[in-house]
Design a protein around this ligand. Structure first.
Ligand SMILES: Cc1cc2c(cc1C)N(C[C@H](O)[C@H](O)[C@H](O)COP(=O)(O)O)c1[nH]c(=O)[nH]c(=O)c1N2
Length: 210
């Protein structure tokens, strides 16, 4: 049996504290097998009915990467136009993707048509397919940080455009586009907190007791 001691638990807590959404990447490349290893770890995640609905697309093609970056720029301009006044001015200063610097691009989808798992757990809550994929992304995020690799989740994208750019099956639902690389800096506070956009609140703020 494997046991985890206090030192491990302390380190694990530090891993949670120091995991960041990274938008600023150094230009040095990742080890050749880094993304495959992260995918392997992600595949150890829980999934509804053991359906393993995650589908990963490693995006290495320059034209496709550029098309995703262009889509981000268009979506981000639209997002900016939804704010006004001081909030708009602040939004305009935020760096919300590392698409142009990150050596690794990874798109993640949920396969809504797969019969792996034989539907167990999904009849009343079909959205558990997507939840399972998000669980896998979280595992990957932490595993990456544990080896000094940063991961940045980009959602300011048009899912239909991403489908077309990456030419994946229609039954795959777009979940995340991840930038992966070595971070320029480490920090124990979210970048959005440093930029005074939002702050992390204590667990009490989100916990009811009945
Ligand atoms: C589903 C989802 C989608 C996004 C994000 C996260 C998640 C979970 N985040 C990252 C988000 O801003 C970040 O997690 C919080 O600000 C907290 O910071 P840390 O992750 O603790 O560094 C994110 N960040 C960003 O710069 N551009 C984006 O499009 C997104 N989209």
């Amino acid at each position: 049996m494997v046991e985890f001691d206090d030192t491990f638990r302390q380190h694990l807590r530090e891993l949670f504290v120091w995991r960041r959404d990274v938008r600023r990447f150094r230009s040095d490349p990742l080890p050749e097998d880094a993304i495959d290893r992260l995918i392997e770890t992600a595949c150890l995640s829980p999934s509804v009915g053991l359906s393993q609905p995650w589908r990963f697309v490693i995006v290495g093609d320059g034209a496709r990467r550029q098309a995703v970056t262009d889509d981000f720029k268009a979506c981000n301009a639209d997002a900016l136009s939804c704010y006004s006044g001081e909030r708009a001015a602040r939004y305009a200063t935020l760096k919300l993707s590392g698409l142009e610097q990150a050596p690794g691009h990874l798109a993640v989808f949920a396969d809504k048509a797969s019969d792996i798992g034989h539907g167990l757990g999904r009849a009343t809550m079909p959205e558990t397919t997507e939840y399972s994929v998000v669980a896998a992304i979280t595992a990957m995020w932490l595993a990456a940080r544990a080896e000094g690799i940063g991961l940045g989740w980009v959602s300011i994208l048009n899912p239909d455009r991403i489908h077309a750019i990456l030419d994946v099956p229609r039954s795959w639902k777009f979940i995340a586009y991840l930038c992966i690389g070595y971070p320029e800096a480490e920090c124990d506070r979210p970048e959005l907190e440093q930029a005074k956009w939002e702050h992390r609140r204590s667990a009490d703020a989100f916990t009811l007791r009945r």
